[in-house]
Structures are given as structure tokens and as C-alpha cells.
Ligand binder design. Structure first.
Ligand SMILES: O=C(O)c1ccccc1NCC(=O)[C@H](O)[C@H](O)COP(=O)(O)O
Length: 266
């Protein structure tokens, strides 16, 4: 049977996690400076109407696009994003996305919630997320069973982290549990890379109203945000649209100004 990109990423994660466990124990992670810090609530920031609902992602490269931006400075870019974003998303996967733990640690100077964007398969990674200063973890339904989602979410909640569960189709709605704080709908099919905003619009009706909904991937214009907002989405995860510009900070600020003008006109 042929492997898709998600299978390849997960196989690599299993190897990496085993290697890291052999080097750093949970007790050592617990002693790291950020481990004891009180976390910020992304749910709370998403409901703050003085912010935009945008979760702005620092993303150097991706399996679907290759290099997006290998020059951007993580501190400068995330600090610009933090002026109006409701949260930051920082990729910590190295092989497929060019991210590193130090990116998230550098972004931590910002007083907005940070999502550790990675492929979580083991409680060890949840401890790592807390140790590097994250506030939220991502659990991807496409690579976890409902029982694994429950266990990883319980571990996250025990450490004071919030959980964003990512789904992509109706069948994955079954992964939603009381331990999940927010539900993300990824418009990118992680197996084929096809992006379609209609995925979000089709699934929103079935997401419980108690869980803020986040539309993810392929968002590149303010009209799409307005459409998604009208459908009920509270969060908008955007990576490539800003990162592909030579200056992602300026691209973000221009986008926010356009969004405010559009919302003012409605
Ligand atoms: O982006 C990819 O190519 C990708 C491939 C395989 C698994 C995950 C992938 N991306 C993760 C994401 O979901 C996005 O980084 C995130 O939603 C932002 O998307 P975009 O605004 O389209 O960069």
C-alpha cells in the first residue's frame, strides 16, 4: 500500500519522538523555565472583538509548496502578527516545515496565545509543548483514533494547555470530545493537498456551538474571512498568504487594515 504525506510525516514523528525521549526525560522537561508559566487562553482571545480572529502562522516551508520564506525573522514577524492576531501558530517540525523549537521560544515574548503546530502522537510532545512556552496544541483527527485524541487532550488539560482538534470531513466529527476546546476545519486535504474553503462552510453546522470553530488553510483574502465569520467561524488560521511575501509583517498589517475597512463597511 502506498504511503501518503501524512503517513510519511507520522512515521518520521515516531522515530523523532523515540530519539528525543532517549535524550531528555519528562522530569527534565518539567524543569525548563517556561514549563511553570501560566498559559494564555486562545478561546478567550478569539472572543475578544478588539482582535481579528486571525491565528497567524510562522511557516518557512511546506510539503505542498516547498520553500515559502527562508529569510523571515521569527521574532520580527511574530511581533508584528501579535499586534492584531488573536493567536500565533508556530511550526516546530523541522524536516517537512523547516521549524524548530527555538522559533516558538523566540515567539514567546509576545503576550498572545501560541499554538504549537506539529503532528502530536505521544504525550511526550505535549510535555515538550508546555516546556517550549506553548499555550495550545493541535490534535489532527486524520492521524489519531478518538481514544488517542481523548488521552492526549486529557494530558494537555492536565498541564493547563488548550486543545485545537483539527478535522477535515464529517466522519472526523466523531473525534470531538468534551476535552477539546476548539474545533478547526482544515480546508487542505492533508492527503492530496487540495484546498477548498467549502470544506469549512459544509462542516460548521455540525460543530457544537460550545466549541469555537477555526477555519484553516487556503485563506488569502478578506472577503473569505467575512464569509467564514458570517457562517459562524471565530478563528482563521493563515500561514502562506503572509509568509510568501518578502515582508510578512507588512503583508499582515495591510491585510488587517483591509479587513477592518471591510467589516466597517458591513
Ligand atoms: O501546508 C501543507 O502543505 C501541509 C501538508 C501536510 C500536512 C499539513 C500541512 N499544512 C499544515 C496546515 O494545516 C497549514 O500550515 C495551516 O492551516 C495554514 O495553511 P495556509 O494558510 O494555507 O498556509
Amino acid at each position: 500500500m502506498s504511503m501518503n504525506i501524512l503517513d510519511t510525516i507520522i512515521a518520521q514523528k515516531q522515530k523523532e519522538v523515540a530519539e528525543r525521549k532517549a535524550v531528555t526525560s519528562l522530569a527534565q522537561l518539567e524543569k525548563q523555565p517556561f514549563f511553570a508559566r501560566p498559559t494564555l487562553s486562545l478561546c478567550h482571545f478569539l472572543s475578544d472583538e478588539t482582535r481579528t480572529g486571525i491565528i497567524a502562522e510562522f511557516k518557512r516551508k511546506s510539503p505542498s509548496k516547498g520553500i515559502i520564506n527562508d529569510k523571515a525573522d521569527v521574532l520580527a514577524v511574530t511581533s508584528a502578527y501579535a499586534t492584531a492576531a488573536s493567536g500565533l501558530s508556530v511550526l516546530t517540525d523541522t524536516q517537512f516545515f523547516g521549524g524548530v523549537t527555538a522559533d516558538l521560544e523566540a515567539a514567546r515574548v509576545n503576550q498572545v496565545p501560541i499554538l504549537r503546530k506539529d503532528f502530536m502522537i505521544d504525550e511526550y510532545q505535549v510535555y515538550e509543548a508546555k516546556a517550549m512556552g506553548a499555550d495550545v496544541i493541535l490534535l489532527i483527527a486524520a492521524c489519531l483514533t478518538p481514544a488517542e485524541v481523548r488521552d492526549l487532550a486529557a494530558c494537555a488539560k492536565g498541564l493547563g494547555l488548550e486543545v485545537l482538534l483539527e478535522i477535515h470531513n464529517e466522519a472526523e466529527l466523531e473525534h470531538i470530545t468534551g476535552l477539546v476546546d476548539m474545533v478547526g476545519v482544515n480546508n487542505r486535504n492533508l492527503k492530496t493537498f487540495e484546498v477548498d474553503i467549502r470544506t469549512s462552510l459544509q462542516l460548521i453546522e455540525q460543530i457544537p456551538h460550545t466549541k469555537p470553530a477555526v477555519a484553516e488553510s487556503g485563506i488569502s483574502d478578506v472577503d473569505t474571512i467575512v464569509t467564514l465569520q458570517q457562517a459562524g467561524f471565530k478563528g482563521f488560521l493563515i500561514g502562506e498568504n503572509f509568509m510568501k511575501q518578502a515582508n510578512p509583517s507588512i503583508a499582515f498589517t495591510d491585510f488587517v487594515n483591509q479587513l477592518k475597512a471591510k467589516q466597517h463597511a458591513h
